[in-house]
Design a protein around this ligand. Sequence first.
Ligand code: CUK
Ligand code: CUA
Length: 639
Amino acid sequence: MSEMDTKKATIDDTGGLQNPGRRKFLGTTAAVGAVGAAGATGTGMLVRSGETSAAPGNSNAHKVGPGQLDEYYGFWSGGHSGEVRIFGVPSMRELLRIPVFNFDSAIGWGITNESKRVLGESGVFLNGDTHHPKVSYTDARYDGRWCFINDKANTRVGRIRLDIMRTDKIVTIPNTASIHGLTLQRVPKTERVFAAGEMIIPTPNDGRHLEDPSEYWTLMTCLDAETMDIKWQVIVDGNMDNCDTDYEGKYVGATCYNSNRGVTQEEMMGPERDWAVIFNVARIEEAVANGDYTTIGDSDVPVVDGRGADKGGSDYTVYIPIPRSPHGFNTAPPDGKYFVVSGKLSPTCSVVEWARVDDWFDGTITDPRDTVVAEPEVGMGPLHTTFDDRGNAYTSLFIDSQVVKWNIADAIRSYDGADVNYIRDRIDVHYQIGHLKASLACSRDVDGKYLASLSKFSKDRFLNVGPLHPENDQLIDISGEKMELVHDGPTYAEPHDALMVRADQLDPVKIYDREDPFFADTVAMAKEDGVTLERDNKVIRDGNKVRVYMTSIAPSFGITEFKVKKGDEVTIVVTNLDMIEDLSHGFALVNHGINFEVNPQQTSSVTFVADKPGVHWYYCSWFCHALHMEMSGRMLVEA
Ligand code: CUK
Ligand code: CUA
C-alpha cells in the first residue's frame, strides 16, 4: 500500500465533508450553473494531498496467483466500445470481450451470417454505447441464463447468452431515444427487462414539434426477457436516467434529472428538486389488457400514459421528489426493503422504503415525499450506491473522488432526529469515480467482500500512453471496518458499470452443442442442400449463388481449393469437427475483409460477392497446431 498516492479523508462527527469550500461550491446553484461538469472535475482534482490510506486487518486473500482461478465473474460494460467484458475478480484479469453492438475483427462479429442475423437491421451501425450489464435472476439470485445490456448510442437492448457468451438478441426500441437505464425483474424470476429512455423527443419523432420542447417526451419500455418482444411502454414526465426494480416483482423505478424537460444545461439543472418515478407493473399490464392505451406513429407497442407529476403521480406512477438531478437508483439487498437514490448535484442520498410506495398506490400516503425515510449527507457528487451484507451502503462521490461508506439504519435514525453518525469510512479513488459495485450487491447473495470502483480518470497511475489515458477500475476490499484499495485495473474506453457473479453461479459450455440455436439457420440451409455438415466437404452451385461447405480439423480445412466465377455470391460454411476443448480455428479470406471464429463443434458462415478474379488464399487465424501456418486453401475466381 505504501506506493499509493492517496490522502486519508477526515470524517467529522456530523458525517459531513472535510472541506467546507467544496460543499459550498456544489451547494450553490449559481456556482454549479456557472461552471458545469468540467469545473466540477477540476475541483475534484485539486484537493488531493499526499497522505496514505492504510487499512490493516481485512480478511480477503485477494491475490490470485498464476494458474489459480478467480472467485467471481465480473461483467463490465465497455461503454462506447459497444461491447461487454468479462473480468476475473479479484485478479481483475480480463478474460473475454463479448461484442454486442460493435464490430469485432477477432471473432467476426458483424461479418458472419450468424452475427448479422442477431444485429438485424441495426447492423448498419458499427458503434454502440453499453452502460449497464444486468445478469438474469431467479428469486433475486443470479441464475446464469443471460446478461442484458443497453445501447445508449442507438437506442437498443441486447442480450448475451451466458452458456456460450455470445449475443443472441438485439432489439431497437421505438418511440424513445437513448436507452440509458436498464434493469431486470428479480422475483420470481427475470421475465421482464426494463429499459429507460433518457432523451426527450417528439412522439412520433417524424418532423413535427421540432422547436417545441413542451412536446418532447420519453418512455419506459418493458421487454419480455425470453422472446425479447416489447410488451409495453409508459410515457412519463421529465426524463429518465438510471433504474432498478424491487425484490417482490411489483415495481421498476427510475431517476429523473430533467424534470423541466429542458433542452439546455441551465434548464436541465434548474429545479431544486427533480424526482424518482416508480412504475406499478401490475396496474400497467392491467391497463394494457383492458385496452387502456394508445400507440405512437407506426409502432404497435401499447403506450400507457404515466404522466401526472404535478399531482404526485397517476394510476400507474408515483413521482417522488428528490433534490437536484439525482443519478443512481439502487435497491438494497438482501431483502430489498429500501432503495437509494444518489443526488449528484445535491450532497445527499435519499432512502425510500418500497413498502411506502405500496402505501402511496393504496392511497394511505398522499404526499410522495412521505416515502422517503432518510436523506443522509454523504459528500460531493454522489452518483451511485452499492451495498454489503451488513447494512452498509457505499456511494461513489464523483467530485470528491471518493467512496463513502454509510450505515442505512443509522441514516434512518438520524432522519428521525437521533444524534448518530451514519458515516463509517471514506476512501480516495483515482479519480472521478462513476459507478461502483460490491460483490453480488444486486442480489440476495450479497457478500460484502469486494467493491469495484470505476474511475473515469487514471491520471498519474500508469505509464503514459498518450493523450487518451486508460480508465482505472480499482478493486477495494470491503470485508473489514475500513475499506482497503487492493488493485488498480486499467481499462479501455469506457466501463460505466460492472457486476460480480460468484464463479459457481455460471456454467458456460466448453464445446458447442451441434443443436445450438445460434447457428441453427445455417444448419437448416445445409440440410436443404442435402449436406451433412459434420461430414461433408461440398461445393453447391445454385445459379450464381455458390455454397461452399467445409469442415475443419486441426490442422486442415476440408476443402483447400474451390473455383467460382466473378460476380458469384459465395457463402462459405465452416464446421469445426474438433472435439478438444480450446481448439478453435478461424477462417480469414485475404483481401476480402473476412475473418471469423469457428470454435469446437461450431458452424460459422459468411456470404460475399466474389468480385475480384484471381487467386485468393484463405487461412486459419486461430493458432491451433504446429501446422497452423499451413492450414490454408485457395479460392480461384474466374474472370
Ligand atoms: S452511468 Cu451511464 S452515464 Cu452513472 Cu450508469 Cu455513466
Ligand atoms: Cu486451425 Cu490455426
